[in-house]
Ligand binder design. Structure first.
Ligand code: GUN
Length: 308
């Protein structure tokens, strides 16, 4: 029997838990968590993502502020926007929606978000903490995958885990988290040889490659856990909108072999937004030093960090 991991239902449950925590804060007379989303230019997919993040905030009582900057925005203007948000007491989390227009320096922009407001977990300080095994802000998609495994009571310790894809947003943090959870982790990518054999040996497979139905069902290890991070749009004249969404895994044939599998849509996708809300709540809960901000070296910030 294959269990289909219902990310939509799980995300709803987590959102309800966050809404309760936010209500407790505000009913005690405290300010709600605040998330700023910076979007530059008019990327259509980014607009859809930003709208759903805003809606999710509204539903959970998190204060959200969108900063929409024009496509011609300069690097200096973008950095100044982030600098102001870094200092804004109403804002606990800052997300710079990617991709940025190509004339902007994405790396510099992401590194300019102060680490304690970095709800995307992209700042090098947080990447470093993750690599050291310290509790910190972790990118939302791999965090969502870990939460799924946890809530479905899927054991990780000692398992062979294969992560396909080595991006900074998914593959690398995913490998770090699975390693921390005591899996034996392999990271595969576009240059990897003999991928089907590696997949056939994986008790837990996380596919984040961005190629529609790239992983064939027949490669999947019987009884394994298949987590599909891909969201690919493919033309389908018979679909209502002329396209349909598929993952990186050939779902139907993989589902026949796997013990657990995530569907696309309705699997990892909804969990990503739920984790953004969770990270924003976590940012709100970091103790604030008397100087009105949390410096990484200050006791306030240190006290919330713990070796996992
Ligand atoms: N664009 C696509 N995915 C992401 C994400 O996780 N964070 C940000 N900031 N931008 C994205």
């Amino acid at each position: 029997m294959t269990t289909i991991i219902d990310g939509k239902q799980l995300a709803q449950q987590i959102r309800a838990e966050i809404a309760t925590a936010v209500k407790t804060l505000t009913e005690a007379g405290q300010i709600p968590p605040g998330l700023a989303v910076v979007i530059v230019g008019d990327n259509k997919a980014s607009r859809v993502y930003v709208n759903s993040k805003k809606k999710a905030c509204e539903e959970t009582g998190i204060y959200s502020r969108e900063i929409a900057l024009g496509a011609q925005t300069t690097q200096a203007e973008l950095l100044e926007t982030i600098r102001q948000l870094n200092q804004d007491p109403q804002i606990h989390g800052i997300l710079v929606q990617l991709p940025l227009p190509s004339h902007l320096n994405e790396f510099e922009a992401l590194q300019s978000v102060v680490p304690h407001k970095d709800v995307d977990g992209f700042n090098a300080v947080n990447v470093g903490y993750l690599s050291l095994g310290v509790d910190t802000f972790v990118p939302c998609t791999p965090l969502g995958v870990m939460e799924m495994l946890k809530r479905y009571n899927i054991a990780i310790e000692g398992k062979n885990a294969l992560v396909i894809g080595r991006s900074n947003i998914v593959g690398k943090p995913m490998a770090a988290l699975l390693t921390k959870a005591s899996a034996t982790v392999t990271v595969a990518h576009s240059r990897t040889r003999e991928l089907p054999a590696l997949i056939g040996n994986a008790d837990i497979l996380v596919a984040g490659i961005g190629k529609p139905e790239f992983v064939k069902g027949e490669w999947v290890k019987p009884g394994s856990v298949v987590i599909d991070v891909g969201i690919n749009s493919v033309d389908d004249p018979s679909a209502p909108r002329g396209y349909r969404l598929v993952g990186d895994v050939e779902y139907k044939s993989a589902a026949e072999r796997a013990a657990y599998i995530t569907p696309v849509p309705g699997g990892v996708g909804p969990m990503t937004i739920a984790m953004l809300l969770a990270n924003t709540l976590k940012a709100r809960q970091i103790p604030v030093s008397t100087a009105g901000h949390v410096a990484l070296t200050a006791e306030g910030h240190k006290s919330h960090l713990k070796l996992a």
